[in-house]
Ligand binder design. Structure first.
Ligand code: SAM
Ligand code: SF4
Ligand code: SF4
Length: 437
């Protein structure tokens, strides 16, 4: 692995890599002769909050039962992963199910990002987004997504259980001002990620107002995924008329304030579940999806990326438009299939973070190309392009939310996944049932 590139060389290598990945996507090639443009690692699965609807704690509980109590990658393993992957990828997202700012080696990660000119995508609850770290992190960011699930203190703190609304707003104001002072408005994207549910749907327009006040570039809202029976009542699949009403109001507010908004399509009240999909979570070998973390921290061997042709400057991973073929009738396109990959603490690789995703390989046990261009990946890419998606894609909430397939409850309701778990103990005093329509 090259350790002595100067910054310009890295830039050229990354750019070339991105061009190759996008060209494979444009040609709908099932084989991609480039490293993924973006890697989402699971450097930590720990979190400082306990949002009542989040499945992270369920995932951790599963591993606690197996005697695993450590959810952050240790420094040696983290350094090994960073040194193998950071020289080549354009964008790194350091967490899936945890809070990135709690990662004990976060500042070392910033050093790696600086050294290898990698841009970071941070998805955060905002509680720890403070100086002096913020100041240092800002120029390294590609995008900061703030998970913002309430337009009032009461609802925000109810949904983002354990958070303090005033602290989050103060931190975001600091972020807004610093991004402007550092002249990074065009380079660092600032997004709100909103999980829509019964508890916050009536505040969707107020969330748009906050986005406007905080100079957020775009708001991206999606439906709650249901993991336990208790969460059923929080799903807007149970409150379709109410959801439609407030989604329309939020769209109007966004238009009025000029805030770009991606929101779920309105429910077809007459016929809301259209697809007939029954094989959720099966890959080629019938392997059922990866859940959260699978910490197996005992060994590290083999590079994540074995051979890297080239490397980036302008980070295009998020910005490049979908390929022309994705507009053709009957074709499905997904931003993950050709461009991105997910690697968890144990080295398991999944194509995305969809709940039913299959594990397609392990970076500690296989050559990278064997995974990235292996049977499962090729079937995934071909399936999307040929309009015959793998079962886990066909029920995917992401495809439904981008309008490629119709809503199908299977993509949203997973309450059988953690049958014996309950978040009742973590719910704050407010009873969500009292707000139901
Ligand atoms: C798991 S969190 C991890 C990053 C960080 N801790 C945060 O909250 O932004 C990533 C995103 O998943 C969302 N999320 C958590 N549980 C969800 C659920 N049951 N359905 C849909 N989205 C969920 C969160 O709201 C957050 O926006
Ligand atoms: S802050 Fe993020 S990871 Fe933590 S509990 Fe909430 S949604 Fe889950
Ligand atoms: S399951 Fe969804 S997000 Fe994952 S690869 Fe398929 S379409 Fe993309």
């Amino acid at each position: 692995m090259p350790q002595n590139f100067d910054s310009n060389e890295y830039t050229a290598v990354t750019q070339g890599n991105e061009a190759k990945a996008l060209s494979a996507e444009n040609a709908a090639n099932p084989v991609v002769d480039a490293v993924p443009m973006k890697i989402t690692f699971e450097f930590t699965g720990d979190c400082n909050l306990h949002c009542f609807f989040c499945d992270c704690e369920f995932g951790r509980n599963e591993f606690r039962k197996q005697g695993v109590h450590k959810f952050a990658m240790d420094e040696t393993m983290f350094r090994a992963m960073a040194e193998t992957a950071f020289p080549y990828v354009s964008v790194v997202n350091p967490t899936v199910i945890g809070e990135p700012m709690t990662f004990p080696h976060f500042d070392i990660m910033l050093e790696y990002a600086e050294r290898f000119d990698v841009k970071l995508e941070i998805v955060t609850n905002g509680m720890l987004l403070k100086n002096p770290r913020l100041e240092r992190m800002m120029p390294l960011l590609d995008r900061l997504t703030m998970s913002f699930d309430g337009g009032t203190k009461e609802t925000f703190e109810h949904c983002r259980t354990g958070s303090k609304f005033d602290v989050v707003i103060r931190n975001l104001e600091q972020f807004r001002d610093l991004r402007e002072v550092q002249g990074l408005i065009k380079k660092v994207k600032f997004t709100f990620g909103v999980t829509l549910m019964r508890e916050n749907i009536e505040e969707f327009p107020a969330i748009i107002e906050w986005a406007h006040k905080l100079h957020v570039d775009e708001v991206s809202a999606g439906h709650l995924l249901v993991f336990t029976k208790e969460l059923r009542g929080s799903s807007l699949f149970e409150h379709k008329a109410l959801a439609n009403k407030w989604i329309i109001k939020a769209k109007e507010k966004a238009e009025e304030l000029g805030v770009p908004l991606t929101a779920p399509a309105l429910f077809d009240i007459e016929d809301a579940t259209v697809l007939e999909i029954s094989h959720r979570g099966q890959g080629l070998d019938g392997e059922v999806g990866a859940t959260g973390m699978l910490p197996r921290m005992d060994h590290i061997s083999g590079p994540i990326v074995s051979d890297v042709p080239n490397r980036p400057q302008e980070v295009m991973a998020q910005e490049s438009p979908p390929p022309a073929w994705s507009k053709e009738k009957g074709r499905y396109w997904c931003q993950f299939a050709w461009r991105q990959v997910f690697v968890n603490i144990s080295g398991d690789v999944a194509p995305c973070c969809h709940q039913s995703r299959p594990v397609v390989g392990n970076v500690f046990q296989q050559d990278w190309n064997e995974i990235w261009n292996g049977k499962e990946y090729q079937a995934l890419r071909k399936g999307l392009h040929e309009g015959k998606p793998m079962p886990y894609c066909a029920s995917c909430s992401l495809l439904a939310e981008q309008g490629s397939v119709d809503y199908n409850e299977e993509g949203y309701i997973f309450e059988d996944k953690f049958p014996d778990q309950s978040r009742a103990d973590q719910r704050p005093d407010k009873d969500p049932n009292s707000k139901r329509d």
